[in-house]
Design a protein around this ligand. Structure first.
Ligand code: F6R
Length: 265
């Protein structure tokens, strides 16, 4: 696992964009097709803005990309502005020319969410591996919407959000906790582990404890993001605030300062 400690959230956005760009261009170069996994929430927004800028100003092409969302609220009607499918359309995929037909997510408006979860897991298996998966982390250590206690081997399924996550996300619903759905569909931790490269981005003091537990704590379902420790290719991109509780911060800075020129992310 590489931990990249950077001065500002904008720096973090650029590194995450680099990692996505590397997977997209190498995948498209090899086969003309590539699967990219996308998180929603605030953490990846600067990376998405940077990808949009590169698409607009530098000709970064997304033709041949299929995008797959990590999770979705259960019960929001299709087209609801806070459904993750709408959020990603607004924040990234429209602006980089990805047709909604190649942007996939679990169907949170399905009459049978349990069946919708199984369908999405099958769709991910059929589509083949995700080359790069962008991730955020919850203040309680959740990954996707795998709340503490989630099986480290879990697959896509329905989960119940903790009250902490509902209140953290109330800001997207005009501050109204009651408007935040109680249930979600989320890729499981085992599902996420199948991606080729996991890129987790976290900024701000509120993530510091969860981030330290995920990176330096024991592998435990109590901190779902600690499952990253099992994956062979993980890049954790954090600003100084989110990294402020890392005991090995100095070592991470040292590694970054001495990175080989062609080492990549
Ligand atoms: C979103 C997701 C969540 C968020 C996490 C952090 O698709 O899977 O795990 O990444 O809740 O949210 P923000 O970035 O809003 O702090």
């Amino acid at each position: 696992m590489e931990v990249v400690l950077l001065p500002t959230p904008e720096d973090c956005g650029r590194v995450v964009a680099d990692a996505v760009q590397a997977a997209v261009t190498s995948g498209l170069g090899r086969t003309g097709r590539v699967n990219v996994g996308l998180a929603t929430g605030s953490s990846p927004l600067l990376a998405y803005r940077e990808l949009i800028r590169r698409h607009r100003d530098e000709g970064l092409s997304f033709a041949g990309v299929q995008a797959f969302l990590l999770d979705e609220y259960v019960g929001l009607p299709a087209g609801h502005p806070e459904s993750y499918r709408e959020v990603i359309r607004r924040e990234l995929t429209d602006a980089v020319g990805l047709d909604p037909a190649v942007v996939h997510g679990p169907d949170g408006s399905a009459a049978d969410p349990l069946a919708a979860a199984l369908r999405y897991e099958e769709q991910l298996v059929t589509a083949g591996p995700i080359a790069v998966q962008v991730l955020g982390i919850g203040a309680n250590g959740h990954l996707g919407f795998n709340e503490p206690g989630s099986s480290l081997a879990s697959r896509t399924r329905v989960k119940t959000l903790t009250e902490q996550t509902r209140s953290d996300n109330a800001r997207f619903f005009g501050g109204d906790v009651e408007a935040v759905p109680r249930h979600v569909l989320t890729q499981g931790l085992g599902t996420i582990l199948r991606a080729g490269h996991l890129v987790l981005v976290a900024t701000g003091e509120a993530k510091a404890a969860a981030l330290a537990a995920a990176v330096e704590g024991p592998l435990s379902a109590s901190c779902p993001a600690s499952v990253l420790q099992l994956h062979p290719h993980v890049t954790v991109v954090v600003d100084e605030s989110a990294g402020s509780q890392l005991e090995r911060a100095d070592h991470h800075r040292y590694v970054l300062a001495h990175k080989l020129a062609d080492q990549g992310w």
